[in-house]
Structure formats: C-alpha cells, structure tokens
Ligand binder design. Sequence first.
Ligand SMILES: Nc1ncnc2c1ncn2[C@@H]1O[C@H](COP(=O)(O)OP(=O)(O)OP(=O)(O)O)[C@@H](O)[C@H]1O
Ligand SMILES: [Mg+2]
Length: 426
Amino acid sequence: MALFSGRSGTAQPEIFAILDVGSSKVVCFIGQQEENTGVRILGAGYQASAGLKAGAVVDMEAAEHTIRHAVEKAERAAGFAIQSVIVNVSTRSLKSRHINVETKFSSAEVADKDLRRVIDTAMVEFAEPDQAILHALPLNWTLDGERGIRDPRGMFGSHLGVDMHFVTANVGVLRNLSHCIERCHLRIEGMIASPYAAGEAVLVEDEFDLGVTVIDMGAGITTAAVFRDRTLAFVDAISVGGKNVTSDIARGLTTPWEAAERIKTIYGSALESPGDDGQTVPCPPMGAEDELHQEPLSALTSIVRSRAEETFEILRDRFKAAGIGDFAGRRIVLTGGAAQLSGAVQLAEYIFGKRVRVGRPHGLFGLPDTMTGPDFAVAAGLIKHVFQEKREAISGPPDLSGRRIRQRRYAGGNVVRSFKWFKDNF
Ligand SMILES: Nc1ncnc2c1ncn2[C@@H]1O[C@H](COP(=O)(O)OP(=O)(O)OP(=O)(O)O)[C@@H](O)[C@H]1O
Ligand SMILES: [Mg+2]
C-alpha cells in the first residue's frame, strides 16, 4: 500500500497519517513505527476548526478548508505529501451494541474457521442499515455453555458462542465526514472511535488489565470508553463539551463569547476554594458603549460547576443504565481540552466515586511540545492504534453504503441479541 508521494519516490508502507477532526481544532499527525522504540512523529499540524460541530460536518466548505490547512502544516513539517488518513469518529451517534451468538460446529476441535463463522453470524445478525460498524470485538467465547474462554481454538465441543461488541455510528454523519475528507484528496484508510483512540494514547498496562474508563472531554462532545481485559468493552457519547461551559459563562456574566472562553481558562473552576469570597472577575462588555464590569468569582464557579456536574452525571447515569457499574474498574482517566478545567478531577471523583486522573499521551517520539497535552490524546491514540496488534474482527474503512448485509446461511444455532449485556453477564 503506497500511501505517500514525494520522498525520493519510494513507497513507505510503514508510514501512516491520521486526522483528529474536532469541534475546536483539527489535528494531523504523520508517523512511522520505529523498531523497539515506538512511534515516531514525522510531521504534525493543527488548525482551529470551522464548519465542524460535535464530530459532524455542518459546513462542507469551511470544514474542508480547516482539514486542508491542518494536513498542509503536517506535510510541511514532514517534508512530503500524504494520500490517505485514518480518521476519528466522535459523533453523538457513537454507540455500543453487544450481541451473543451461538452456533453448532461440525468438527470436534475448534479451529479458526469456526471462530470466523460465529463472528460472521454475529455480523449478519447485527446489520442495521443506518448504522455503520466501526469496530467488532469478540469479548468472550463460550463452548458448550462454558463461559469466560479467552481463546477456544484447539478445544473440544459442539456449540461455540461469542459475546461480540460492535461500536457503531450513524451512516449519514460518517458519509459527510468521509466526503469532506475526500474533497481534500485524501483516501480514508480507517475510522476509529475517539475515546478508543484516547485510551490507547494515555492508559498504562495496569489500567488496561484491571478495567478503566476514559472520558474525552472536547469542545462540542464528550465521549467515553470502557476497557476491560485489554479490550474495548463499551463506548458512549453526549453532545455536551467545553463550548457549552463557555456559552453558559457568556450568558451568565453578560460578556462576549471570546471573553468568556478566556475567563474560563484563567479564572474558571468546578470547585469553590476558601479564598474565593469577595473576589471578582473582570468581564468585558457586550457592546462598545458598555463598560467593563466586575462579577463575583463565586458566580463564575457556580456556572462552571453546574455544567461540569451535569456532564458527569449524565455519563454516570448512562453507565448505570448500561449495567457497567464496577465492571469498568476503579479508575477514570480524563482526556480532551476540557479535562484541563480546574477542579474537573476532584468533581469527577466525587460524582463517580472513583480515582480520577488527567491523561496525557505517552509512547510517541518527536511530538512537538505544544501537542503533548490531554487535548492531543485522540490524535496520539489514532497514530498508536495504527501500529498496534488488534483483537478486532474487522479492519479497513467501514461500509458506508447503508445496505443490509444479506443473511448468510449457517447451520442452526440460536442467536440472542442482548443490549443489556453488562447486566446479563456480571
Ligand atoms: N485550561 C482550560 N480550562 C478549561 N477548559 C479548557 C482549557 N483549555 C482548553 N479548554 C477547553 O477545551 C475544549 C477544546 O478541547 P479539545 O481540543 O479536546 O476539543 P476538540 O477535540 O476540538 O473538540 P471535540 O472533540 O468536542 O469535537 C474547548 O472547549 C476549550 O475551551
Ligand atoms: Mg476531540
């Protein structure tokens, strides 16, 4: 697969490029796997977003312009042009579906072909025309009703079952995103759920093993991923982010949006502190004829806190409804620009009742200093993901045709759809 042109005319199959298409910025990384050391970034660039909202294209021309600029910056830094990218998906339609499938198999010993057939059956059974499958992960195998089998190959039995985890997103949103990227003359090599990528960038081995939840707090959207037994077990997304906090401040303190954004990063906190009493925040006026006014710091904190609290509470309730509970381990890692909000960690600890930390990307070399914060976790994770060994049943770009996969024939076996998978299994 020749991805690149330029560079002495030779194909560099081990070089890949990624795009993190966000509501506030678009990031492009070009990276290469280095033997025994990890991924080296050859070029990186980002551009403030226009025409993009919560992972969806809302203005094709403006979004195209943004993506082109981000890519050009990375290409200039790398010294060559790219032809294809792996792109993130962070729309609010991002969802997890869990399906349990069981089929009979003829030979006594489980072989690769039996695994493939059970997974194929699950894929057929899943098919929903308006949802594209981004990831298909076998979480757990069963053999003649025996649960918890990590790898059934070479074992004996007659009925093989699998708990499949499908991560899906709305086909229409993905079509627009891919159309926009193709207008920039870039081919899409793959699409990866944002919180999945963020996890791969920031988590450490113990967290992957023991179970952990990653919450990527962006400008327009907050997405979450639960990892367990080193596998992605659940994702969710809500279209609330840092931009909502800024809008609340602008409205609450009667100040322009840009001023509210600045006030948020300088004075904003999700927690009151003892010294806050009597302190004020300078707020620029809305119109030219008004004057700068002072507002109590406590008013700002209360605005920021209620939005942050609401965001965490919605997620907590969603996790509960999905039956995740303690399945996800005792730790939460926050990524995304909005994770830098003062007091966010403590507030999350209080609401979820878990240990919380902010995650920064690790395991990449040559990343510019300005791109090592939690707001670059998704981009870093996308490029790391490309080079990692996968436990996924499908690869390549998702099928965006919207057609129903034709029911393939298979010999017997019952198929149980379980959307309350966590509740049923733990
Ligand atoms: N120090 C800070 N305190 C509070 N919020 C911050 C801080 N720094 C950045 N932010 C917020 O982080 C958000 C941007 O985060 P990020 O770059 O992860 O978003 P994005 O990836 O472009 O958007 P999305 O993922 O939602 O599509 C903005 O809302 C910004 O106000
Ligand atoms: Mg983002």
